[in-house]
Design a protein around this ligand. Sequence first.
Ligand code: ATP
Length: 237
Amino acid sequence: MMSKMPLLRLQQVSRRFVMGEVTVQALKETSLEIYPGELLVILGPSGSGKSTLLNIIGGMDAPSTGDLFFAGENLSRANEARLTRYRREQVGFVFQFYNLISDLTARENVELAAHLVTDPLPVDEVLREVGLINRQHHFPSQLSGGEQQRVAIARAAVKKPQLLLCDEPTGALDQQTGRRILDLLSRINRRYGSTVVIVTHNTVIGRLAQRTVRMGSGSILEIAVNPSPLPPERIDW
Ligand SMILES: Nc1ncnc2c1ncn2[C@@H]1O[C@H](COP(=O)(O)OP(=O)(O)OP(=O)(O)O)[C@@H](O)[C@H]1O
């Protein structure tokens, strides 16, 4: 895996937030390579910079210094239009609290995302893949948390994104439901070849990954290769 060209490369990326007199160094100069098709878990305590890193990877936030390369293209030099296209077409995002549109049904939420790209997966196929074909006409408020998260994953996956970025995707769910979500993410990783990056403070989830990145105080402390990733059903927390 490591001999491949990275899909994404961060080179000495930092992010500072300036609030009046106070400057927070959310991310210190950080370098990381993410490979096509891998499942990577980013671990670290609250405030260690995980979400900041993920937002930069997803083009939702820009580095203060340093460069971000996607398939060799320097996105930190890209204009806003290019970044918008990157977020729309190359990246799928899954959040802790689903962020679905409440007055659209499950199916309509997925269709909306499908319209953003030129070559989406068939909506039916994705709804079936996440096990929601029978609930496709329900509104988010009529679905459980786990079901809403599955809609959110379907919405991200329908775009066939090269990068699927997940920020605490199981954070609001009980263990059994969380395991089902992890299983779904790893299936999408295998079935569609999407590179999946999961940010979590839950170290146990790292056992799922081919590599784990451990963060602390805005830095990467360690990158570990996992020779035998566990299937989600064998993960307990
Ligand atoms: N928009 C912002 N403005 C100011 N400070 C910010 C902003 N975003 C993040 N920070 C600060 O940067 C640091 C890193 O935050 P970040 O959200 O990346 O950590 P995290 O590891 O994702 O934490 P959590 O697990 O709690 O989400 C924190 O000190 C945070 O307060």
